[in-house]
Design a protein around this ligand. Sequence first.
Ligand code: CA
Length: 223
Amino acid sequence: MIEDELKLAAYLHKGLTEEGFVVDVAHNGVDGLHLAMECDYDLLVLDAMLPGIDGLGVLAALRQSKQTPVLMLTARVRVEDRVKGLQSGADDYLVKPFAFSELVARIQVLLRRGHPRSAAGEAVLGLADLEVDLLRRKATRAGRRLDLTAKEFNLLVLLLRRQGEVLSRTEIAEQVWDMNFDSATNVIDVAIRRLRAKLDAPFERTLLHTVRGMGYALEARDP
Ligand code: CA
């Protein structure tokens, strides 16, 4: 999210985090563009009026190399401004002031349309008898609903998207907690333990594996 109004940025950050999103915030166009270029985000929420480079400038620079979906926020309501934003490659537009629930709905629509990196129509991920519905944020194993917290769900999705790969704690910390490894290590181990209790303990086949000294992997190994 690139938003220079500090109070609004803090409010949106808190709300989106509670919705289960992992959000990085930049307060100006230069920092925001740098982050957007460096990292592979699923979506960018971009304010139009920013100090330094404005929203359209950020968008134009971003679009030279990245197709990250962009939801523009603007105080401007003139039709020509909206058209300009959409022509410069914004995927959607939301006029301030807006209801938080509308922002979440628009974000979900854009994410549903799919990210260039993910397979088309990737709304349900699966591994063996595990099924994860990304839109309904629902996970089941052998048809039984897993009662996961938002973080546990995000952790499971990360592992599932990269199934078969060993993910280090450092990477998990960055992707799911938005923290660096040093402050998050215990948090991750606890979350993995809780996820494992819900995901694997009630079932015969183990999906979540610890790779000693390296990290964790989600994999359906032969029993
Ligand atoms: Ca602004």
